[in-house]
Design a protein around this ligand. Structure first.
Ligand SMILES: Cc1cc(C(=O)N2CCN(C)CC2)sc1-c1cc(O)c2nc[nH]c(=O)c2c1
Ligand SMILES: [Mg+2]
Length: 214
């Protein structure tokens, strides 16, 4: 028994960050992952790229696939415009439970909905369940094998519109070769690779930004 890594990460947030201060929550998680235990958050280096894309899109409706402990959820939600809303899907109930508390500690619970379950099961029901017409922004950070099937499902469900921006983590490490090939070859996407490093390490990784052209 004992605690899990997400529970230890949450405790670090509650001990080091100021309630309602999202910047201090982000800093506390980065400190924990650099000095205590590595964890699979997008991290500060790729997080800076994520911030710039979110700020550029300024989404009213945003979707995150893969919440984990809520680090990127907080990074995205803190930059949403007034009225903006983020839905984040998480398969693992233990991760979701920790993420809800991290998001609440940052004071962003009113702009975020953490939804538990498999992305493939939920995507066809997002419109009816949450009244979503389409997404302005999608962050893919769940499981490398699901990136491609899930964007095809988003296309089929009409949840992408001309100009929707997709941003995918880990396209080099662990790597999503089938997804990369698809978005880079498809006439329906305009893709760009942002080189960076695997969170908290010197290993190569990066983010792929793909604009849906309809
Ligand atoms: C679990 C894991 C291990 C990695 C690695 O190469 N390691 C060597 C170096 N040491 C230090 C860490 C471990 S990379 C990675 C990972 C990273 C993400 O950002 C992920 N995002 C979403 N979903 C994932 O499954 C996901 C996995
Ligand atoms: Mg990742």
């Amino acid at each position: 028994t004992g605690t899990t890594r997400p529970q230890r990460l949450l405790r670090a947030v509650q001990e080091r960050a100021t309630r309602g201060d999202s910047e201090s929550v982000i800093a506390a998680i980065d400190h924990f992952c650099r000095h205590q235990e590595w964890a699979m958050n997008v991290g500060d280096e790729k997080g800076f790229i994520l911030d710039s894309v979110v700020s550029e899109v300024s989404p009213q409706t945003a979707l995150e696939l893969g919440t984990y402990c809520g680090y990127s959820t907080v990074r995205i939600a803190r930059l949403l415009p007034p009225g903006g809303h983020l839905i984040t899907l998480e398969f693992n109930p233990n991760y979701a439970a920790v993420a809800r508390q991290v998001i609440a500690w940052a004071g962003l619970e009113d702009m975020v909905q953490v939804v538990e379950g498999a992305s493939g099961d939920w995507i066809p029901h997002l419109r009816e369940h949450f009244g979503i017409e389409s997404f302005d922004f999608v962050f893919l950070d769940h499981w490398k094998e699901l990136y491609l099937p899930d964007i095809k499902l988003l296309e089929e469900c009409g949840l992408l519109r001309k100009g929707t921006v997709l941003l995918a983590d880990n396209v080099i490490c662990p790597g999503t070769p089938d997804y990369l090939e698809y978005v880079r070859k498809s006439q329906s996407y305009e893709s760009h690779y942002f080189g960076s490093h695997l969170e908290y390490t010197r290993a190569e990784d990066g983010l792929e930004k793909s604009v849906y052209l309809g």
